[in-house]
Design a protein around this ligand. Structure first.
Ligand SMILES: [Cu+2]
Length: 281
């Protein structure tokens, strides 16, 4: 028990001393309590809104607690033996109706602003199509060429020192920095969910439906996410990794990817899709 407390204290100290370390960008840290650092304008806004709500919630909770303490001490039987028979007080009733409404309206303004920011996808520079499968993701870049590739989790025995366990993948998504990336998400057999916390995105991957979300990565690095919908036995083992690079590096990657993941010929389905089509006949 004591050793657990010591480990807990040590972990907290590490967490506090680590602060907003650059190494933490894109993935969680041991003992982390709050959000991951923001890697997109949407996530910056989510964190800002969360901090605002935290202040409001704290003020309300402290105020209610203070009122309760005051009532129990000031108006208990000993301190106040003859109770007042007052039952209505118009000004008080107006106040406890109007003040909560004012607080809700005050919260609604940034809340709707954030919602519109998330939902209104700006004109996209790059489109990535993500398909959730059991249990990995497939990615395509419809505007860059007819190539598609599968992205599977790196198993423990193949992890390199800078690979976070259960988050690293073979074949990351690669996107350019400071560009609007539209992500089109679908599922191939069951519902998955495409989520990358640092970008503030999470959207269901539903078979037969194309959902859309977007992000604009503001810092280079690798950003990790996970499937966030219970989708079956290996739900926990289909992570998402997004590598943000400069535009020239991205263009170079696209050229390589076109060769590496090319379809058999222009317009023809991939080898896997062709095999499936033959099987279905
Ligand atoms: Cu899944």
């Amino acid at each position: 028990m004591l050793s657990r407390w010591i480990a807990c204290a040590a972990g907290t100290a590490v967490l506090l001393s680590a602060g907003p370390a650059a190494a933490a960008l894109g993935h969680p840290l041991p003992w982390q309590m709050g959000f991951q650092d923001a890697g997109s304008p949407v996530m910056e806004n989510i964190i800002w809104f969360h901090n605002l709500l935290l202040v409001i919630i704290t003020l309300i909770t402290v105020t209610v607690l203070a009122l309760l303490l005051w009532v129990t001490m000031r108006f208990n039987e000993r301190a106040h033996p003859t109770p007042s028979r007052t039952t209505h007080r118009t000004s008080l009733e107006v106040a406890w109706t109007v003040i909560p409404i004012a607080i809700l309206v005050f919260i609604a303004v940034p809340s709707f602003r954030l919602l519109f920011l998330e939902q209104n996808i700006p004109p996209a520079d790059v489109t990535v199509k993500a398909t959730g499968k059991q249990w990995y993701w497939s990615y395509g870049y419809p505007d860059q060429g007819k190539f598609e590739f599968d992205s599977l989790m790196v198993q423990d025995k193949h992890l390199k020192p800078d690979h976070p366990r259960l988050l690293s993948v073979h074949n990351e998504i690669v996107v350019p920095i400071d560009k609007v990336v539209r992500v089109q998400v679908t599922g191939s057999e069951v519902i998955h969910s495409f989520a990358v916390p640092s970008f503030g995105i999470k959207i269901d991957a539903v078979p037969g439906r194309l959902n859309e979300t977007w992000f604009k990565a503001t810092k280079e690095g690798v950003y990790y996410g996970q499937c966030s919908e219970l989708c079956g036995k290996n739900h926990a083992f289909m992570p998402i990794a997004v590598r943000v690079v400069s535009e020239s590096e991205f263009n170079k990657w696209v050229e390589d990817a076109k060769k590496k993941y090319a379809r058999m010929d222009d317009g023809a389905p991939t080898a896997v899709a062709a095999t499936e089509a033959i099987k279905a006949r």
